[in-house]
Design a protein around this ligand. Structure first.
Ligand SMILES: Cc1cc2ncn([C@H]3O[C@H](COP(=O)(O)O)[C@@H](O)[C@H]3O)c2cc1C
Ligand SMILES: O=C(O)c1cccnc1
Length: 344
């Protein structure tokens, strides 16, 4: 799959930085907000950017390995139950999206349940959950391509509805294991260092999760990032990978959530490195591998609240900070406007 993503090294950078520096404040004093304002100006190729119809797309899928409950404390059926909860508006992500006026789209990427007549659910089901990668690859390459294709279609529809800033979320019991395997593949960090507590395993159980996933990692030998995505996958992770790439191709601002969405980004980056220019890292998840992922990418997140939920909640919480970055760039007076003396 090919994505044409332009790098953001443009001539506007100098002018934008000048506009930021001329605001009535000491140079650099708005810290990360200044970096975000610059990045958004470059993404939109303007000195007066705007945020339109912010949207979070939450992709849900089940995982073959989760049926055995060795690597995840909660049963697989929770994926389906949480999708119903999203549809009813009762989950954390619903609350934060409502609070911050963010549109929420819920996508069935491959949940092990037949949702009938759920009007607000986008049906992109590839299958009723992946296969167990302890035995065989999670999905075929054809399924992986199909999932990626759906991801691009969904983000294109979101873009065409007038949205220029999108965050991604996920729901899939067992998907912290997929994320750890993909992290190990993409970063070459030993798998034991990538595995963490997920939804909340105790020390002893994390030891078992590490042993199981080490065996899985050693069993398979994917020769490309696409094959790794299919092997360790998660239909929701494959869809997010392609959705991120497509969003960058469409010059959208992308808000990256926690451990699982960043794993999808690691794969996306292997497909096209320019994708990073479009990403804002919302928060640092408490899941222990997330900080290592951010270090690997050389990126810093906006906030660190000890959250480890997923669903896109970090992205939803960080959104108002991104609004503040755009607001100061557009609305703050310059030294000249306000008649304030500059540093000489
Ligand atoms: C009630 C509930 C709501 C959630 N919302 C997100 N996750 C998060 O936990 C899962 C990953 O952790 P693991 O690999 O340990 O299963 C994903 O579904 C993720 O989105 C949830 C998990 C639960 C139990
Ligand atoms: O950071 C995340 O995305 C995360 C962490 C633990 C469980 N589910 C998601």
């Amino acid at each position: 799959m090919n994505f044409e993503i332009t790098s953001l090294h443009t001539s506007l950078k100098k002018e934008l930085q000048f506009k930021i520096n001329m605001k009535t404040k000491p140079i650099g004093s708005l810290g990360k907000l200044e970096k975000i304002a610059l990045q958004i100006g470059l993404i939109q190729n303007t000195k007066n950017p705007s945020l339109n119809k912010p949207t979070i797309a939450i992709f849900a899928g089940d995982h073959g390995i989760s049926e055995k409950k060795e690597v995840n404390p909660y049963p697989q059926v929770v994926t389906q139950q949480m999708v119903t909860n999203f549809l009813k508006g009762g989950a954390a992500i619903n609350t934060f999206c409502k609070q911050n006026n963010i549109d929420l789209k819920i996508i069935d990427a491959g949940v092990n349940h037949n949702f009938q007549d759920e009007e607000d659910l986008i049906d992109a089901k590839i299958d009723f959950g992946t296969k167990n990668y302890q035995i065989e690859p999670a999905m075929s390459l054809d399924q992986c391509h199909a999932a990626m294709h759906k991801g691009t279609e969904i983000v294109t529809a979101i873009h065409d509805s007038g949205c220029n800033i999108v965050g991604f979320g996920e729901m899939g019991i067992g998907n912290s294991s997929s994320a750890a395997l993909l992290m190990a593949y993409c970063t070459n960090i030993p798998i034991e260092e990538c595995v963490g507590a997920g939804t909340g395993l105790q020390m002893e159980a994390i030891g078992l999760k590490k042993r199981i996933l080490k065996d899985v990692f050693e069993k398979h030998n994917p020769t490309s990032s696409l094959e790794a995505l299919a092997t360790f996958g998660g239909f929701e992770i494959a869809m997010i990978t392609a959705a991120i790439l497509k969003a960058a191709e469409l010059h959208m601002i992308i808000i990256i959530d926690g451990f699982i969405v960043t794993a999808a980004l690691l794969v996306a980056k292997e497909i096209n490195e320019n994708v990073l220019d479009y990403c804002i890292f919302a928060h640092t998840s408490e899941e222990q591998g997330h900080q290592k992922m951010l270090d690997f990418l050389g990126k810093k997140s906006l906030i660190s609240l000890g959250m480890r939920l997923g669903e896109g909640t970090g992205a939803a919480i960080a959104y108002p900070i991104i609004e503040s970055a755009v607001a100061f760039l557009n609305n703050m007076a310059s030294f000249e406007d306000a008649g304030v003396s500059e540093n000489e």
